[in-house]
Design a protein around this ligand. Structure first.
Ligand SMILES: Nc1ncnc2c1ncn2[C@@H]1O[C@H](COP(=O)(O)OP(=O)(O)OP(=O)(O)O)[C@@H](O)[C@H]1O
Ligand SMILES: [Mg+2]
Length: 457
């Protein structure tokens, strides 16, 4: 198998079939391995991880999904063969995830054509993957990756303000990377060799929060048994990242404003002032402008902080980042878990693109992390994704927001299939149509989804 680039496992009781296949692909860069039954096929599969499996349909019980038998068809092509070929049988095979159903005895020219096509596709995939890896390197910024114009603009602003800012406001929904941007600002500032300290303003009680930030003196409150410095003093000469600034109490806001204006700090319970030199990056996922207009946030502090404001866009507004981020997290987690994952199947990518990502990059990171943990082969496939992403409801029509009849039909079919555990005969009965209609709809659905979400294929 050494020089071959494309390996095929042929599973058939008749060893002659593997030999016929081998003759048909003579001259193509293909290595062929034969197995006599399903059990042997599965064993060989896990040992040699071929790119294509050609299996007699007698070994497909129609129950266990082909995915589960061999992994995912977009990484692995499963082709079935039968000596009773019909169009309905071919549609059923496709609906079960097979790439094709070939009639036996094998037609050498058809086999050759099929395999050449699959080799070309595999080449394209490999090439795309290489390009993705190159892009990943190009679009790195301080541990972040992005290629969306809005994020590239954010990176550019970070580069420009990092050498000069004293206070700065970072806004954006949860999980969009505010903390990473804050670290980047610090790393690119003249203070990079000083401390970067993180303070969270949503500490439990007001007293605790103030003491955490500004420190306290002995006896300032019950439990204050000795003097204690706060984060501001700890971060002296460095940068303090104040997360969830919208949660800061009004009293603490007054103290913060004073520090920003006069660089003077008072520990809780003490009238004494200390001079302090801290650059402050405040972050929030709330609309501080609105809080300010409602009197819940000091307007003077808001203006002071927002003289330089950097807004991070939600992931849903920069879906062009998804492939890059997916690859970034895939690399990270496959190293972390000691796996050799090298891609995400096309079906899985389609599902990931459809999701709305309310938890933004953090949610994506968690999803890919879990999927990498679940993945059994070299590729993360749709079954490795959490249910919330696999079982998404219909995507409405782009322009009108309505589903088309076709969409409603196929969604309803999916729903019924789920209720009857995937039993197509039963689904046909429930829906009052023939089984062939069901297979036809499923095949159409697969083609539509692939075309819609992947127009280039
Ligand atoms: N562009 C990016 N590239 C790579 N990883 C990213 C990117 N943006 C965010 N992350 C990762 O996503 C996760 C969330 O990022 P971060 O903690 O900075 O978000 P946040 O905006 O501070 O969220 P919250 O408002 O919930 O505190 C982190 O693990 C971070 O490493
Ligand atoms: Mg954060």
């Amino acid at each position: 198998m050494s020089d071959a680039v494309y390996s095929v496992l042929v599973i058939d009781r008749d060893v002659g079939v593997a030999a016929d296949f081998e003759r048909a692909v003579l001259g193509l860069p293909v290595a062929v391995l034969g197995a006599g039954d399903r059990a042997e096929g599965i064993r060989f599969y896990s040992e040699f991880l071929p790119q294509m499996v050609l299996m007699d349909s007698e070994f497909d019980d129609g129950e266990v999904p082909l995915h589960d038998l061999f992994g995912e068809p977009s990484a692995l092509e499963v082709v079935l063969m039968t000596d009773r070929w019909t169009e309905t049988a071919a549609l059923a095979a496709v609906a079960r995830g097979a790439s094709d159903l070939l009639a036996k005895p094998l037609d050498p020219s058809k086999v050759r054509q099929l395999v050449s096509g699959l080799i070309a596709q595999a080449e394209t995939r490999r090439h795309t993957q290489e390009l993705d890896n190159e892009l990943l390197e190009v679009y790195q910024f301080q541990g972040m990756v992005s290629r969306s114009p809005r994020m590239l603009e954010v990176f550019s602003r970070v580069r420009r303000v990092a050498p000069f800012f004293q206070t700065l406001l970072l806004t954006g929904p949860t999980g969009t990377g505010k903390e990473l941007i804050a670290r980047a600002l610090h790393n690119l500032s003249p203070r990079s060799h000083e401390k970067f300290v993180v303070g969270n303003c949503s500490a439990l009680t007001e007293t605790l929060m103030e003491s955490q930030l500004f420190g306290h003196v002995k006896g300032a409150f019950t439990g204050a048994i000795h003097d204690q410095a706060g984060l501001f003093e700890y971060a002296d000469h460095g940068t303090l990242f104040l997360d969830e600034i919208g949660e800061l109490s009004l009293a603490a806001q007054a103290k913060l404003l004073r520090i920003l204006q006069s660089q003077e700090l008072q520990r809780v319970g003490s009238p004494a002032t200390r001079t302090i030199d801290v650059h402050v990056i405040a972050a929030t996922n709330r609309d501080v402008r609105e809080l300010a207009s409602k009197g819940k946030f000091r307007e003077d502090l808001f203006y002071r902080l927002s003289m330089i404001e950097i807004q991070l866009p939600p992931l849903a507004d920069r879906k062009e980042d998804l492939p890059l981020l997916q690859r970034h997290f895939l690399q990270y987690f496959s190293t972390k878990y000691g796996k050799e994952l090298n891609g995400i199947s096309r079906r899985a990518q389609i599902l990931l693109t459809r999701h709305s990502w309310p938890g933004n990059v953090r949610e994506l990171e968690n999803v890919i992390g879990n999927a990498c943990m679940m993945a059994q082969g070299k590729v993360v496939c749709d079954m490795d994704l959490p249910e919330a992403i696999r079982l998404q409801t219909a995507s409405p029509h782009r322009d009108t927001g309505f589903m088309t009849f076709e969409e409603v039909r196929s969604r309803h079919l999916e729903y019924v299939l789920k209720l009857v555990d995937g039993n197509k005969a039963r689904a046909a009965e429930v829906l009052g149509v023939s089984r062939a209609t069901i297979y036809g709809m499923l095949a159409r659905r697969i083609r539509q989804v692939v075309q819609r979400d992947n127009p280039s294929t």
